[in-house]
Design a protein around this ligand. Sequence first.
Ligand code: ZN
Ligand code: ZN
Length: 345
Amino acid sequence: MRAVVYRGIERVEVAEVPDPVLVEPSDAIVRVGLTAICGSDLHLYHGKAPPAPGDTIGHEAIGVVDAVGSSVKRFAPGDRVVVSFDIACGDCWFCRKGQTQLCEDFGFLGYGVFGGSLGGAQAELLRVPVADVNLLAVPDGLEDDRALFVGDALTTGVYAAGLAEIRDGDVVAIVGAGPVGFFCAQAALPSAASVLALDLDPSRLSIAERIGAIPVDVSARNAQTAVDEHTQGRGADVVIEAVGTPAAFERSVDIVRRGGTVVVMGVYTSEVVQAQIGVWWVRALQIRFAGTTPVHAWWKHAMAEVEAGRLDPLPIVSHRLPLDEAAHGYELFDTKQATKVLLTP
Ligand code: ZN
Ligand code: ZN
């Protein structure tokens, strides 16, 4: 089959690789109908958590079940399914609590040895371990390009808004208006008084504005001043950090009000920040580290929101390319010429 293969820093290519096969009786093989490039793929691309050269990458996929192992009960060949980017056992202490991102046997598709050496989703075929847990049926009539995002970024936004426990009247600031920030804004909008989207990229800001968020261009404005203007000088009730850099984290803590909540969604690996614990303590901040999204605990709700039209990913899709043009897609996304790239195998 054809798949996107990691070759080294900022080098990916589409190559012929062996078809995945059923390894465990709980596995399924999915024929991928549509996949996408995610912000976390750029961490690999830049060598922040590099897979081995030759590993297949990608973790967002929707498609049709091609084969199932003997113990798979909920799915059969021909079923249309979306895949969770994080792979959980469904049966350990953490999974049973709904904290599937803390699974004792956690895996991450297409993330090399850091993700448990599972194959990537930017491919024609994908092996999905524990299929009964890590696949979700797609309702008839719901298009692939809307449902795809339920396996990753869209459900991440729903999870972030859920962690933030937004109350009516809250002013919510989203630091970073990329795809995850977009979904955080969309999920926060119904329960917030207003949502401010902070970014420096004009196309991201205009997409955020189109769905009803207030764009704040942090290349032209001081973030704190802009947030203060909307909150009588208090700061935001809730800040969702959706970038994953120390600067974004520090900005988030700066713009939250006293007693407010910061939800840290951005992906971190080995970054270090200086913590002024006394300042945070006296400000009575709640800082909630999201970790990886426990997709399984939130995706049924997210799928229902997409089906009802309350969450709509299409505004962020800027490019649709054949899988063979994946390397070009990575370049477009990396240089911010694309807001989201879909790939069709
Ligand atoms: Zn992702
Ligand atoms: Zn588990």
